[in-house]
Design a protein around this ligand. Structure first.
Ligand SMILES: Cc1cc2nc3c(=O)[nH]c(=O)nc-3n(C[C@H](O)[C@H](O)[C@H](O)COP(=O)(O)OP(=O)(O)OC[C@H]3O[C@@H](n4cnc5c(N)ncnc54)[C@H](O)[C@@H]3O)c2cc1C
Length: 467
């Protein structure tokens, strides 16, 4: 590899290629639970598309595995290096190229973080509405995982916001897809094929994103319920009655208690209610008009009351922000408590109650503890599995994923397959669909250099990188 490191180094300026012991440990993992870190052979920090193109040209000719990395906050192991790989880290390709207030579009490089973009858009009165729990995540990582998050119930997920892309293919060719327009019927939709492809088809070097007006006012309601069933019957009513919530989340009582105490958040819920509540609904409404928001908040509080909420709290803005921030950190609270796996299965939202009852049964059967919270408005459940025995943990996960698919769902709603969920994907998904996806992969990347070992394995009879 030494000669190749020199070739990669020659493409980049001084200090933008790291190798050997110069590579910090932090670049050998993402945030996924239970996946071993892997040190890459070399790390490249490109600043422009032409450099990415040259790197991929060299890598393809020499069959060097390449893994893309944004901010490394992923939860599927997809940004972890492959053995002997070049890690292409987009942290320095982080310029917001344009905010077009007439077309409601932003054009950005892939290393731009959500936090950075949001800061820039605030003064323009616009918002890029994808808010997965980690604001340090990059746009490139969001695109590659089709990130969702709490606001998907109102605005949809990343793929609903990506209008166009610039992508470097293995071998170095550069394509541009889509543009500053919202519709196209011109051939296959390559933009949407790249979104969610977890860095296995091409490397994103520029994205054209849809922006939305930024509502100025928001209200957060917290409602404890005695049964989960009352929550799952309440959710469709909130959506049918046209409240259009920005956030519609549920947490089981244990998860709410854990995340509140982890940040010292006091929500003022009396012990009498806390001891009887089994789950909580969080609803955030937003509007550009304060009076309209006040009216909606009052009507929603009455609806929640009629549908069985034990109480409805309209939170002061500071507590509301703290609660949402604490909910976003739920993953780290579970990790600190020793969680062994995190699953983000998605099912039709009307099946939520039946599914969670089945999950409870599975937990009992395998002696596992399963914490639950999730984007209840779009059927995306986040289940943290506590089961230190590896075999039992696997059986627990396999069974709950299988049940999710039986409800007409999918293995991952937003985190992706990566390396962590690959065994389940290959075991439980339709083999015809997997074979078709492999053929698409081969059409983009004939030598399978990009993200080897992510989503599926490379065919054994191919020369080139392992994985
Ligand atoms: C506390 C916490 C809460 C989270 N909550 C949510 C949530 O609510 N919803 C949600 O969807 N996710 C959530 N996530 C997961 C994570 O934030 C998202 O998956 C995010 O999209 C990853 O972005 P990243 O920049 O960190 O990507 P990375 O982890 O660096 O990479 C993720 C994938 O993107 C690929 N990639 C990165 N850049 C490029 C590029 N330029 N071109 C091609 N491929 C690329 C990588 O190869 C990898 O496959 C959460 C994570 C944490 C730690």
């Amino acid at each position: 590899m030494r000669g190749l490191v020199d070739l990669f180094s020659a493409v980049l300026g001084e200090g933008r290629l790291l190798a050997g012991s110069d590579i910090p440990d932090d670049l050998s993992h993402d945030e996924t639970l239970g996946v071993a870190p892997v040190r890459p052979e070399a790390v490249a920090f490109p600043t422009r598309t032409s450099e990415v193109s040259e790197l991929l040209d060299i890598a393809d000719r020499h069959r060097v595995p390449v893994v893309a990395r944004g901010s490394g906050t992923g939860l599927s192991g997809a940004a972890i290096a492959a053995p002997g790989s070049l890690l292409v880290c987009f942290a320095q390709m982080n310029r917001i190229l344009e905010v077009d207030t007439e077309n409601h579009v932003a054009v950005v490089q892939p290393g731009v973080t959500l936090e950075q973009l949001d800061r820039r858009l605030e003064s323009a009165g616009l918002v890029y509405p994808v808010f997965p729990g980690e604001a340090s995540a990059s746009i490139g990582g969001n695109i590659a995982t089709n990130a969702g998050g709490m606001r998907a119930v109102k605005y949809g997920v990343t793929r609903n916001q990506v209008l166009g892309l610039e992508v470097v293919l293995p071998g170095g060719e550069v394509i541009r897809t889509g543009g500053k327009f919202v519709k196209s019927s011109a051939g296959y939709d390559l933009t949407q094929l790249i979104v969610g492809s977890e860095g296995t088809l091409g490397l994103v070097t520029e994205a054209t994103l849809r922006l939305h007006p930024r509502p100025r006012h928001a209200a957060t309601l917290l409602a404890p319920f005695q049964t989960l069933q009352s929550i799952t019957t309440t959710v469709p009513r909130i959506l049918t009655d046209g409240f259009g919530p920005r956030v519609l989340e549920y947490l089981d009582a244990t998860t709410l208690a854990a995340i509140s105490s982890s940040v010292g958040l006091e929500l003022g819920i009396p012990e009498d209610i806390r001891s009887r509540a089994s789950a909580y609904l969080i609803v955030v409404l937003e509007s550009s008009q304060e009076r309209r928001l006040d009216e909606d908040t009052g009507e929603l509080a009455s609806l929640l009351d009629r549908l069985g909420a034990m109480e409805v709290y309209v939170l002061p803005s500071t507590s509301a922000a703290e609660l949402i921030a604490a909910r976003e950190r739920a993953f780290f609270v579970a990790k600190a408590a020793g969680a062994n796996d995190l699953i983000d299965v998605v099912i039709p939202r009307a099946s939520m109650h039946a599914y969670l009852r089945e999950v409870e049964e599975v937990a009992k059967r395998f002696g596992s503890y399963i914490g639950a919270c999730g984007h209840v408005g779009d059927g995306n459940v986040h289940l943290t599995v506590f089961q230190p025995d590896l075999e039992r943990c696997e059986e627990t996960v396999r069974t709950i994923l299988r049940l999710g698919l039986a409800h007409g769902g999918a293995i991952s709603g937003e985190h992706g397959i990566g390396t962590a969920k690959k065994p389940w994907f290959l075991e439980l998904e339709d083999p015809v669909k997997i074979a078709l996806q492999r053929r698409i992969k081969a059409a983009f990347d004939p030598h399978w250099i990009l993200g080897p070992g992510r989503i599926f394995d490379r065919p054994a009879d191919l020369d080139g990188p392992t994985g």
